[in-house]
Design a protein around this ligand. Sequence first.
Ligand SMILES: Cc1cc2nc3c(=O)[nH]c(=O)nc-3n(C[C@H](O)[C@H](O)[C@H](O)COP(=O)(O)O)c2cc1C
Length: 362
Amino acid sequence: MLFEPIKLGSLEVPNRFVRSATNEWLAEDDGTPTTAIVEMYEELARNDVGLIITGYSYVNPRGKSNEKQQGIYADRFITPYHEITSVVHKYGSKIIAQIVHGGRQSLVRNDTVLLGPSVVKDETSGKTPVEMTEADILQTIEDFVEAARRTKEAGFDGVQLHCAHGFLLSSFISPYTNQRTDQWGGSVENRTRIIVEIVEGIQERVGSDYPIMVKMNATDGFDMYSGKIGLDAPECVEIAAILEEAGICAIEVSGGIFEAGDVMSQPDIDSEDKEAYFRRYAKMIKDTVNIPIILVGGIRSRNVMDHVLKVYADMVSMSRPFICEPDLVRKIRDGAPSVKCVSCNLCFDPEGIKCHYFSTEK
Ligand SMILES: Cc1cc2nc3c(=O)[nH]c(=O)nc-3n(C[C@H](O)[C@H](O)[C@H](O)COP(=O)(O)O)c2cc1C
């Protein structure tokens, strides 16, 4: 099944491997993608990755979360992104742009006012966002819609809304960070409204056949002793159903916000039972919705990949393993029992992502 094609809405992907969105720390200061980024995507496409999802690209400079992160907040970015999509398409891979607003987890600079649904301090940065006004929310919806239009004009096969990991859209769906009492908060439906409006806005602007996917938190990842009540099941299933109804074509299931610690990219995945750590959430969502489910998080061995496709999801998505081995799809096809990645997390490198564990500098 791993090497069978699949349709995500109108988009046909040649196999079930997804390179999950991975920030490269390689863009210019203003967010323009560099040649190094083009080369990285070319290498993945040359090595048969079915679906490549770009690193998160910010829709407004206020929502930038990292130094050297890619941006897509102005039309001048269309040409450099077009270079990436044309090179990837030469090899038959598909490529989706992930778009984001950092919200309360935006880059912390003294001059930056962080935006959030509610005034909830981020204990990792010590910063407190301001509560977004109605005008801020409407402007943010417009920023996402315009960013999506640019992705289409740049030749992407679709767009992924980043609704995971504590960034702005994720902070709206979470009951921990969204404590609003207006139409943008409270019930699950109200907390999901901003995403629904973005989806509808994109469909209106670029046509309803343009594939829109969502990477969403199924859990914020707080442990029971934290005293914090974040997003979790069963609410994540309800959110997925609302988004399916809005017209998205696939859901990538993830988890974790900064304050919850190492939930998103869990370290030391060294046995099959530690792999695919969001699988139970994926299964709950898959049992409720009818669109394809993409599972990310600690998938490492061929056995687990096959089992995920049988039980939990329709595609397997990986991030750290592709930093370590951009040619892992070919290796798995040729019989490798597992990827090499040891989940050490040294690849989170602001000098530009790189596998330090297997590099000669080790
Ligand atoms: C260096 C690095 C950068 C990442 N950047 C992004 C990103 O831009 N957007 C995103 O949704 N997730 C990002 N992630 C999270 C991954 O996409 C993925 O969800 C997570 O690492 C778990 O998958 P894995 O075990 O295969 O690495 C990043 C992960 C790493 C290691």
